[in-house]
Design a protein around this ligand. Structure first.
Ligand SMILES: Cc1cc2nc3c(=O)[nH]c(=O)nc-3n(C[C@H](O)[C@H](O)[C@H](O)COP(=O)(O)O)c2cc1C
Length: 295
């Protein structure tokens, strides 16, 4: 019975389907609870949220559903939350982007003292919120955090883009690994090597990771329907994490423009680009990607 996989059993799900978390305000309480109520695992991307916001989102989810759900954070780049950009570099970037702001009639941003809420504070909020699952990208949380999760009964789920990253996660005591193939939407969350050197497709990556670790493996990247789920389970995965297909659902926080783009002919062509955030990510190819590609 495919539904009764180790991932479903350990997470208390009816089906081993995880709704991938979305950062940048694209996650919604509606989507998380719709997926969790349907028997999968809803996930809320919280890397941009403050302590108060994480606790509020958790309360909102629990007010609608008592099913398991995941909170998701990004491990800070090179261990630091502090902005790594000088005023001069910031102004150079702003000059490059000014034509777009002018065209759209938007105000130019100023260099913030802090780009995101501090990870250490966010972790405290996640531990206080005590979701069924804490998922994360861009590395491995400290041994202390993983021990605290274990003590609180929070299952940890880390993303790997290579078999070596999966081994690193398992050896650190992470409970389950998401094998994220290079087709996946969003950022390439590599942490051992540059993402450009870690571009393995889902069909090749999943069996490599399954052979490399003994913990449950969840396949991610280009899975959008039953055929993809069947293929991932045939490759040895015990569950799937689906992102883009859930982002397109009406319960997600994607704007009308964003959702329309997902269903448009433009979405037939995606690109791996550093244009949007400086980190490599897969997105729909558009004018901005094309114009910024060389910059
Ligand atoms: C717009 C967008 C934002 C994402 N943000 C996050 C995030 O903050 N944290 C995370 O772990 N994964 C994030 N992901 C990855 C998804 O959770 C999921 O693993 C991925 O989309 C799976 O590939 P698919 O889009 O081909 O289904 C994001 C994906 C997209 C498309």
């Amino acid at each position: 019975m495919w539904k009764n996989s180790v991932v479903a059993r350990q997470l208390g799900l009816h089906v081993p389907i995880i709704q991938g978390p979305f950062g940048g305000g694209l996650s919604s309480v509606e989507l998380v609870t719709a997926v969790s109520e349907a028997g999968g695992l809803g996930s809320f991307g919280a890397h941009h949220l403050s302590v108060e916001q994480i606790l509020q989102v958790t309360a909102d989810i629990r007010a609608r559903s008592s099913r398991p759900f995941a909170l998701n954070l990004w491990i800070p780049h090179q261990g630091s939350d502090e902005p790594q950009i000088s005023e001069a570099d910031f102004q150079r970037t702003i000059a490059l982007l000014q034509p777009y702001f002018d065209e759209l009639g938007l105000e130019l941003p100023v260099l913030p003292a802090q780009f995101w809420p501090r990870y250490a504070d966010q972790i405290s909020a996640v531990l206080e919120a005590r979701p069924a699952v804490f998922s994360f990208v861009y590395g491995v949380p400290s041994a202390e955090i993983l021990e605290q999760c274990k003590a609180l009964g929070i299952v940890t789920l880390g993303a790997a883009t290579t078999a070596d990253e999966a081994i690193a996660l398992e050896q650190s005591g992470v409970d389950m690994v998401v094998a994220s193939g290079f087709e996946a939407g969003g950022h390439r969350v590599s942490f051992l090597h540059e993402p450009e050197q870690s571009l393995t497709g889902t069909m090749a990556l999943v069996p490599q990771v399954v052979d490399a670790v003994s913990c449950p493996v969840i396949a991610a990247g280009a899975i959008a329907d039953g055929r993809g789920i069947a293929a991932a389970l045939s490759l040895g995965a015990a569950g799937v994490q689906i992102g883009t297909a859930f982002l397109a659902c009406q319960e997600s926080a994607a704007s009308a423009v964003h959702r329309a783009a997902l269903f448009s002919p433009q979405a037939k062509s995606t690109a791996l680009t550093r244009a949007f955030t400086g980190r490599l990510a897969r997105g729909i190819r558009n004018r901005f990607v094309d114009e910024m590609q060389a910059r």
